[in-house]
Ligand binder design. Structure first.
Ligand code: ATP
Ligand code: MG
Length: 494
């Protein structure tokens, strides 16, 4: 009898009256919002899956790719009760068939899924202010716990994938942990404490007005565990790793784009920083600018692609030191939070002091040759030997020669792996190896001392490093350094 318009208007009116008197209000969180995936939907799903007070009795189980655990989810059109700060809310999972689509940029799933949140009107402010944030946070936590870490790389050289991401990722399964890492236990503990303080330091960073990030510079000879340390850090904190290949980045703006696409709670790594970018002293640069320029010219002529002007910032088609510095602590470096920058190098003396000054790299960590304490850790890792399992004399002998031998943990690991079936033989051969190397390095040391030339150079390097360090201390006292400088000097004296 009624025309459809009138009927519709009547229904709408009735609905409004109904809502006016209802004590509840409803929020819809749909899976797809326009063309974008709704992050909140996924978060709610994860969050509810961890919730125990499941009202319905049908659950859907999922196991994501790369994930090591199974998550429970709410089945279609099922509901669940949750409480937050004493307030009870009801979640309902709503699944409807989508009408046939005419045209879309991206094919949409056939089902339209979403959560409906029902809350009392009086609780609205509480819910909107903190409950949803809480859910996002919890979901991120669960995701990190369930999923193995991801390792990202920019090896594609600036091109983007179908979703506009410059980073490619693979599951990160490096087994290195702080427990297996062979280094001085005190130093190790310091680093672990520092990392923990950082991860839990949100309030501190907010209060002091600092960006929530921290920089570590790992330096030392090849094979002393710099990469292993990074893996251990990631495993310890549960962070993802972004392995930045600087040689694949062609401009400062590209570097910035890469940075913008990194997520919080991640470690951004630049390995062998002295090799991947021309980071020599800026003062020196200007003094031999001519030779610099010819170097760059030659490079452009060779068509290596990374050429261009040698000036910093130049015409923008080469990444420069200032670009890199901006990357680590310019305004853009704070576009996410809780980020760790790790640079590694084999030659700290080749780095520009600007990179070393405090606030940039908060902690300088020297990865040293194998000493007695790290040797014991390796023996335990590879042979399962505790101190008491090894003959006292052998142990004493090892302690005496290990520092002189200047073997890297990688060398020692190799020696142990080779004979891991025959542990006695492994110990015997390792000791032999240590002794012969120790003798050799003593001889070398004498030779070097005699020729004079090399040591002089080393002295200069050492002084340079000292200068940088003292400059750092003048500028900022809260810098923490745990380099074993004595260690370097000792080996040099030998
Ligand atoms: N401190 C260490 N503790 C345990 N294992 C180590 C340590 N250092 C080296 N190793 C072993 O040696 C191998 C090489 O170490 P790693 O790649 O971490 O060295 P690096 O310092 O990164 O070397 P490079 O400077 O050449 O990159 C690792 O696979 C690891 O097994
Ligand atoms: Mg390495």
């Amino acid at each position: 009898i009624f025309p459809p318009e009138l009927r519709f208007a009547f229904l709408k009116f009735f609905n409004r009256i109904f809502h006016l008197f209802s004590i509840y209000c409803y929020f819809d969180i749909t899976e797809i919002d326009g063309v974008n995936t709704n992050e909140l939907y996924n978060a709610v799903q994860l969050y509810l899956s961890s919730s125990v007070s499941i009202a319905g009795n049908r659950l859907s189980l999922t196991r994501a790719v790369n994930s090591s655990s199974i998550t429970f989810g709410l089945s279609n059109n099922d509901s669940i009760v949750d409480t937050f700060n004493g307030v009870t809310v009801l979640w309902e999972h709503v699944v409807t068939q989508r009408q046939t689509q005419t045209f879309a940029w991206r094919p949409l799933p056939e089902e339209k899924r979403g959560f409906t949140l029902r809350i009392k009107k009086k609780d609205k402010t509480l819910i909107l202010n903190s409950y949803l944030d809480y859910i996002m946070e919890r979901a991120n936590e669960i995701r990190r716990k369930n999923q193995d870490r991801l390792l990202y790389t920019n090896s594609r050289g600036g091109s983007l994938d179908s979703r506009g991401h410059p980073w490619e990722s693979v599951p990160f399964k490096h087994p290195s942990t702080f427990e297996t890492l062979a280094m001085d236990p005190i130093k190790k503990q310091q680093i672990m404490d520092d990392l923990k303080d950082f991860a839990q330091g949100q309030l501190f960073y907010q209060k002091t007005g600092r960006a929530w990030k921290r920089g570590y510079l790992l330096y030392g000879p090849p094979g002393t565990g710099k990469s292993s340390m990074i893996a251990a850090m990631a495993n310890y904190l549960g962070y993802d790793i972004y392995d930045l290949e600087l040689t694949e980045v062609h401009s400062n703006s590209e570097l910035r784009k890469l940075l913008m696409k990194t997520s919080s709670k991640s470690i951004i790594v630049i390995e062998d920083i002295d090799c991947s970018i021309n980071l020599t002293n800026r003062k020196k640069n200007s003094s031999n600018a001519a030779s610099q320029r010819s170097f760059y010219d030659a490079e452009t002529r060779n068509g290596s692609g990374s050429g261009g002007s040698g000036e910093e910032g130049g015409n923008g088609n080469t990444i420069s030191l200032s670009g890199l510095l901006n990357f680590t602590d310019g305004l853009w470096s704070c576009c996410g939070s809780e980020r760790i920058f790790v640079f590694t190098t084999n030659h700290i003396e080749k780095l520009d002091p600007a990179l070393l000054r405090s606030g940039r790299m908060d902690m300088h960590i020297y990865m040293s040759f194998c000493n007695f304490s790290s040797l014991k850790i390796l023996l335990k890792n590879y042979l399962g030997y505790e101190e008491k399992d090894i003959n006292d004399d052998v142990l004493k002998e090892m302690e005496r020669v290990v520092e002189k031998a200047e073997m890297t943990p990688a060398d020692v690991s190799e020696a142990l792996i080779k004979n891991r079936r025959d542990k006695e033989k492994a110990i015997r051969e390792l000791l032999e190896d240590l002794k012969s190397r120790g003798e050799r390095s003593v001889k070398d040391g004498k030779l070097r001392g005699g020729s004079g030339n090399l040591t002089e150079l080393e002295v200069v390097e050492e002084q340079e490093k000292r200068a940088i360090d003292s400059q750092n201390e003048d500028e900022d006292h809260d810098e923490e350094e745990i380099e074993l400088e004595d260690n370097i000097c000792k080996t040099r004296e030998d």
